[in-house]
Design a protein around this ligand. Sequence first.
Ligand code: SF4
Length: 328
Amino acid sequence: MNNDVILKVDGLKTYFNTDDGIVKAVDGVSFELKKGETLGLVGESGSGKSVSNLSIMKLIPSPPGKIMAGTAIIDGKEDIFTMTEAQIRELRGNRIAMIFQDPMTSLNPFLRISTQMIETLVLHQNMSKKEALVKSIDMLELVGIPHPDKRVHDYPHQFSGGMRQRVMIAMALSCDPEILIADEPTSALDVTIQAQILELIQSLSKRLGTAVIMITHDLDVVAGMCDTVIVMYAGRIVEKGTNDEIFDDPKHPYTRGLIKSVPRLDRPAAGRLFSIEGQPPNVIDLPACCPFHPRCGEVMAKCKNITPGVTKLENGREVRCFLYEGDK
Ligand code: SF4
């Protein structure tokens, strides 16, 4: 494995057993994350992007969920899926940290920020309480909280939504993780605060050398921010490329539709904004086909009966669509 690769996910399959059948939420996902890289994972709800990352953190509720196949090798050595509970606890927070759309998922409303940050640092970094308080204040300052020495003793409800998100980022990065997984971190914030939080994540990851997986349904969020973009649909990766490749020359009809549906200030308004017709498929007992075919403007006969494989294009770019079969 390339020495720069911090995480290599290969053939991940995560299924859920339901009364209606087996939901193949993630069905054969493979990707690599390099040290310090920002990777965007984009798709509609139910595309499998969040389940992929919850699988990597071994946070899939079981039952009904189960990781059926695949490996997730961290740092070229250990497979996360075969780690013991104690190793996983050590991994979470210390080596891989997560931030969510709602900061209250991570913050305890009844405890002061100082108590929560100190507890994390004492547990994961073997610090004394005094050292942990100093580090907590430093981290709050780093994420732009004014008067961090005073605000560290506040409760979560005393912060605005944007400031709470900054506190959560400070907590997540306090143990110097190698990987930060950000799951829709700005979806609940208004647009100006959203831009500030994305800028903050980007500048901190560059400064601290943290690799970031940015999960979002909004292609606009990853534009310009991510080095690599992965587009998911119905539990599979349908396109993978660099930020420029995906935005300048999208290949898969679904990616093209997503890009067309993003409002752009630099283009003249021409009537209604484009939207992809139809709904994502039910991933229970999906027959052999391209799952995007009912919504695809370029559908061919074979798209309805055969599942397209991955076509590798130049520079390691990948697309899962019959339109590119035979291309190199
Ligand atoms: Fe469209 Fe066929 Fe490509 Fe699927 S495989 S995206 S249906 S052209």
